[in-house]
Design a protein around this ligand. Structure first.
Ligand SMILES: [Zn+2]
Length: 617
């Protein structure tokens, strides 16, 4: 036994003697400076042994880039239990260490926040819109302690609280069983408008679904939003056959914020979602649909890598193509099943989604699994140095959505509709979501890539099929034969610009000139000719070009298969040339057979209805 292990063993004994669940962490938030977008936060950590290591988070569940929430914290003071001010040490930008206390440490600080979305803190005279990882300090080693939080609204305000935190006898005080639950609980304090309805599980348990909308919307718009949400919620319930047992008194809340100065966002949580935007709440049902599906898929059916969530680093998982991509697919599918979007619009959307994967150059380099691992660099991430993600990356929302569409159609095709993607989602729910965890906010059985493959083998009853599908389309970079599968539903996948010559998805500069303003995708005729962003095209096929219109006309004068010379200058002025062997524009679209002059057969109609038609009773 080396010294380090002995030291850990001693720590273990100490921890056993003083259970860490003792000593509720108490937060007090007040908003006297709301006009300046500032909150006063006061947190007391009792039963502290050793140096307290207080932190601001660097990450937030559901947003995968690193965020430095510490940057907006200032005027920090620490006190012991007797109220004597203590020295604070700063070992790194995110941490405040407090030693020499009497077992109690109280920290008071101010925090600025003026972004209304699902990730940050937004405070003004109309509300406090709080994502708690962006708002609250926490302390290392105290994750499993319960928390109590009291809000004090500005004097004379008409605010009221909306949150998935657990209510107490005091309407302004709430609790959370542990840090994971606390930080999963966005909280809105405002004069929001409330609507609610109930849903029922097969076992008779009922749940309350609330829409709490802070906006300038009319009562009519608020009613329309709640009515649309209700249709979506019932269709989502039909996919899984039951609703999760929402923790705070069986309640799930849509925390909606639609004001002209808001950011556009949707952020999922266990028992609530934050949905924000600048437009009318009435047109925000797509976001509601996506986010509500997450109360199963990602919140409870949780991928490994996100459980428990690490608030100190970026969190990486192999499976955002399921967690976000399958959710993206169902977000659209539920709108169709709820009658909110038409089959025509739904398949058109599927066409954009699958088309981006079928033709996207990113698929030459990364699978759906590998795209998922990019999340910390692409999900609300900002970088100073350029990337070539435009030509090497496809969003795991899009990629996963296309995989979901392909898998749903494949399962329906091979079983004549007896097995569908709904069955797969239900199998994931039963194995990984429904078993729950030791406390609200914790998931005991997060899934791996192997679990995805195993659940697919179970629902399809065919291990070889599951392995093949997984290896080719999930871990591999192939795409299913969408055109053949869609025929079963009377949907045509066709070339959007059949016969049109294509050198790549090129774009000229804003001034109408011939300088390329976008990265050139590998594998395109323009790439083969050596062209790249910032090159200035000077001639095509020997004919000089001076405007982007002339570039397009010169390409369009040819046919796919033609070899065309292109002359250009690099940004350093050096002249170059190459040959583009033009292709047919690969862009595809999906359209209903009847919109192309055809007539779906009764079998095609039945297949389509079972897929896109209503499922909720
Ligand atoms: Zn999502």
């Amino acid at each position: 036994m080396n010294v380090r292990i002995i030291a850990l063993a001693v720590l273990g004994l100490t921890a056993a003697a003083q259970p860490r669940t003792q000593g509720e962490i108490v937060y007090k938030l007040s908003f006297a400076d709301a006009a300046h977008h500032v909150a006063d936060v006061d947190v007391t950590f009792p039963n502290v042994t050793g140096t307290l290591q207080a932190r601001m988070s660097r990450s937030s569940p559901g947003r995968y880039a690193v965020h430095e929430f510490a940057k907006n914290v200032y005027d920090v003071h620490a006190f012991n239990g007797a109220g004597r001010e203590l020295a604070i040490a700063r070992p790194n930008p995110y941490q405040w260490n407090v030693a020499g206390h009497d077992g109690t440490v109280r920290i008071a600080y101010k925090i600025f926040g003026d972004l209304i979305d699902g990730t940050y803190l937004g405070i003004d005279t109309t509300h406090a819109h709080m994502n708690l990882p962006a708002t609250l300090m926490w302390a290392r080693t105290l994750d499993d302690r319960p928390a109590r939080i009291t809000f004090t609204p500005p004097n004379g305000s008409d605010w009221k609280p909306a949150t998935q935190l657990f209510a107490t006898a005091d309407p302004w005080t709430f609790t959370a069983p542990n840090l994971q639950y606390l930080f999963d609980s966005p909280t809105e304090l405002s004069a929001y408008a409330l609507r609610q309805f109930t849903v029922k599980n097969p076992d008779g348990k009922t749940f309350t679904i609330r829409t709490a909308v802070h906006s300038l919307a009319s009562d009519e718009d608020l009613d329309a939003y709640a009515a649309g949400v209700e249709k979506i919620v019932r269709e989502a319930g039909a996919v899984f056959g039951e609703f999760p047992e929402y923790e705070p008194a069986g309640t799930y809340t849509f925390l909606a914020d639609y004001l002209p100065w808001d950011g556009g966002d949707g952020m999922e949580h266990r028992n609530s979602t934050v949905v924000t935007g600048r437009g009318s709440v009435r047109t925000a049902l797509g976001t509601a649909s996506h986010e509500f599906f997450h109360c199963w898929n990602v919140e409870r059916i949780r991928p490994q890598g996100l459980e428990p969530f690490n608030f100190e680093e970026a969190n990486m998982t192999d499976s955002l193509w399921v967690a976000e991509g399958f959710t993206q697919y169902y977000g659209s599918l539920l709108l169709a099943r709820a009658g909110i979007s038409t089959p025509k619009d739904t398949v058109q959307g599927f066409g954009f989604m699958a088309g981006a994967v079928i033709t996207g150059s990113g698929r030459q380099f990364r699978s759906a699994v590998e795209m998922s691992r990019m999340a910390p660099f692409v999900d609300a991430a900002r970088s100073i140095d350029p990337t070539n993600f435009d030509v090497t990356f496809i969003s795991y929302y899009t990629y996963g959505g296309a995989v979901a569409l392909g898998l749903d159609l494949t399962l329906r095709d091979r079983t004549n509709g007896k097995v569908t993607l709904d069955d797969f989602m239900r199998a994931m729910w039963k194995a990984h979501g429904k078993p729950g965890g030791p406390q609200p906010g914790l998931v005991a059985r997060p899934y791996s890539l192997t679990d995805i493959r195993d659940r697919l083998a179970e629902v399809s009853g065919d291990r070889a099929f599951a392995d093949d599908f997984f290896n080719r389309y999930m871990a591999g970079r192939e795409v299913v034969d969408y055109a053949r599968l869609l025929q079963r539903a009377g949907v045509l996948m066709r070339k959007r610009n059949a016969g049109r010559p294509w050198a790549g998805n090129l774009r000229g500069a804003q001034d109408g000139g011939t300088r390329l303003s976008v990265l050139v995708a590998p594998g395109t005729p323009a790439y083969e000719a050596g062209l790249e962003q910032d090159d200035q095209i000077t001639a095509i096929g020997g004919e000089p070009v001076a405007t982007w219109t002339q570039v397009q006309a010169a390409i369009n004068a040819h046919k796919p298969g033609d070899a065309v010379t292109v002359e250009y200058k690099h940004r350093n002025g050096v002249a170059a040339s190459g040959t583009m062997t033009l292709k047919e524009d690969p862009a595809v679209e999906m359209v209903l057979l009847e919109d192309t002059g055809g007539t779906p057969t009764p079998e095609q109609k039945a297949f389509r209805d079972a897929w896109l038609g209503p499922h909720a009773r």
